[in-house]
Design a binder for this molecule. Sequence first.
Ligand SMILES: [Zn+2]
Length: 541
Amino acid sequence: MVPGFLHPTTLSAFTSFSRTNIWVSKRESEWRRFRRCNVNRLCAVMKGTTTPESNASGSSVSNDDTSLRFYNTQTKRKEVFTTIEPNVVRFYSCGPTVYDFAHVGNFRAFLAYDVIKRWLRQRGYQVNHVLNLTDIDDKIITRMQELGCTLRQLTDKYTEAFFDDLKLLNVIPATHYPRATEYIDDIQELVQSLLDKDVAYLAEGSAYFSVNSFPQYGQLVDLNSRTDEIARVDSDSRAKRDPKDFALWKGWKPEDGDVKWESSVLGPGRPGWHIECSCMAMKILGEEIDIHGGGVDLTFPHHENEAAQCEAHSGKQYVRFWLHNGFVNINDEKMSKSLGNFRTLRDVVQKRIDARAFRYLVVTAQYRSSLAFTDDCLDAARSTVKRLDSLRQKIAEIKVGGGTDSQLNEVIEQARTEFEVAMNDDLNTPRAAAAMFSVVNAAEKLLKLNKLSSSDGEIVLDSLNYFDSVFGVNYEPDFEEEVEEEVVSIPSKIAALLDERNAARKMKDYQLADSLRDRIGSAGYAIVDTPSGAVLERKKS
Ligand SMILES: [Zn+2]
């Protein structure tokens, strides 16, 4: 069992473990910054705003460290993961609405899917991953009208930006990226099936799902605690029989312009958001899937409604494991477009290292916990990535021959075991990172003593590559860095001397001009004649 980290019941226990086992760094400031970030996470755990990684009593059905366990939102406990088909995972995750750049809160979800997928692949599963693109909804229509462009022009632009951002973050591509607008016929058929089964009804040109006709509604959330949200959902529609009912097909309104699809039964209109995901998931992966992922804010109503539609249609259990990632917070508030406190990936990534640092920061936080995003945390992650790079570089330059260090081999073996135990425990990446750093610390110590042989170096590199198969931070981001020119501010006194020298030259008083040049030179500046006149440059030391 890994000490301390798994059961951070007190702040002091947590910090003392961090200090001893993870962040024994020569750079105390780097360690302090990182500890502050982790302490923030721990404080969130203690305040109950995030989820502790411990497998508290009754939360797990198995104590077997080699079994993969996920926390299932539906059953509210960790369960041993099994699949419908042997060795194949049917994985659906909610993708972006492509009307703007995704913000870093959104990328938390896409990186969580990436870590899930990487660990499943590491365990030998073939992962059939579907990530949908919502390319029709109210926000898209409003935006295209604001910009005066077509639906396709808008959604193509932001789909391309989304793919660029995924690549920048070294995310393994999904198997399928279906667009909702490519599934309109299938969506209409699904709505028809729900009408035929009497769980849906037509009213004022739209079709609605009748929640009261489906007794299992409320399997993901306690509906009694969600009355405010239920009241808000589609509250503008007077055609609904019950406030909980939701739109399957939204009848065309004049403000929708030319955005509509024809249907002889449903009338002109467009699909509701929830039915898009239900349809694409079942069409591509089948009526029963293994994992459905998304941000915790999608649990209700989106995922509740998705499940109701699919199960009312098929009569089968739609999803075996519901996995939900936590928010990214800024100043204790959820980062969101509606609150206006968001930062896009393009705001955060100014240099190649920033993309890797952002990835490291997100993937080493347990995916269900909320993540406090600050510049300090990003700085600390940047230092960590540089530290890992530096270790790899030093190993590549080893000139020491000789045998292997048995103690180092023990550390590596132990770290791999701890890493696997942590990942199997609902992807406890903070603990997995701690295991990786036990190897980093040991290797750095031997390097400092000039005792790391080249064969030891190879073993260390092998283990780092193994850990990185999940963390994915050892890559070269495809990003063109802007080369910043050094801005030199010239003191006003020196600038005045240049003006005097220019005036002297104009008066052909070359003696005065030369003495002024010397004074400027002795102050550390050089005069450079350019086609647009003389300018000053700081002399190279
Ligand atoms: Zn969805």
